[in-house]
Design a protein around this ligand. Structure first.
Ligand code: SME
Length: 161
């Protein structure tokens, strides 16, 4: 297994996502344990982008339950109809929130979080398996490059579940 990840420091996010994707693919190809793989994906994203919070919520017992993450302490359980994560679960689409204070029902796990992107993760049957949630302490920090780049990483994860 690779012990480090290579990316161009200071490059734009689109380029860095492009550099990370094949390395994440190789990382996941070498390990079958899902928790280990999700933990490493969170670590890689933290290292490459320094986002405030990155993590996974997994569908369990009719809720979204906290999985591997990087960042401050987070809410452990989210109902399907709650928050940005619940919205991504329900709509099955990527949700970008430029200002979390403007999103009705946003769950403030940490007051420093200002903007957010959540990508649903589907299993082989097409059901929502969980979500990838990335939070920033800057307003309006996520755009199409993140939706595409993180979406590509989620596709790689989906092939392992
Ligand atoms: N803000 C999210 C909850 C999870 S945390 O940000 C880690 C939401 O509204 O779904």
């Amino acid at each position: 297994m690779a012990e480090s990840i290579a990316f161009t420091n200071g490059a734009g996010r689109k380029m860095v996502y492009g550099e990370l994707a094949p390395q994440i693919e190789a990382l996941l190809a070498g390990e079958t344990d899902l928790v280990a793989n999700l933990a490493n994906v969170a670590a890689v994203l933290k290292e490459a982008f320094g986002f405030f919070w990155i993590g996974f919520y997994i569908v369990k017992d009719g809720q979204l339950v906290l999985g591997p993450f990087q960042g401050p302490l987070a809410c452990t359980r989210i109902a399907f109809d709650q928050g940005v994560c619940g919205h991504a679960y329900t709509t099955r689409h990527t949700v970008i929130v430029a200002d979390v204070d403007e999103f009705p029902g946003h769950i403030a796990c940490a007051s420093a979080s200002r903007s957010e992107i959540v990508i649903p993760i589907l299993d082989r049957s097409g059901a929502v398996f969980g979500v990838l949630d990335v939070d920033s302490d800057n307003l309006d920090d996520f755009g199409q490059a993140d939706a595409d780049g993180l979406g590509r990483i989620v596709e790689i994860i989906q092939r392992t579940i």
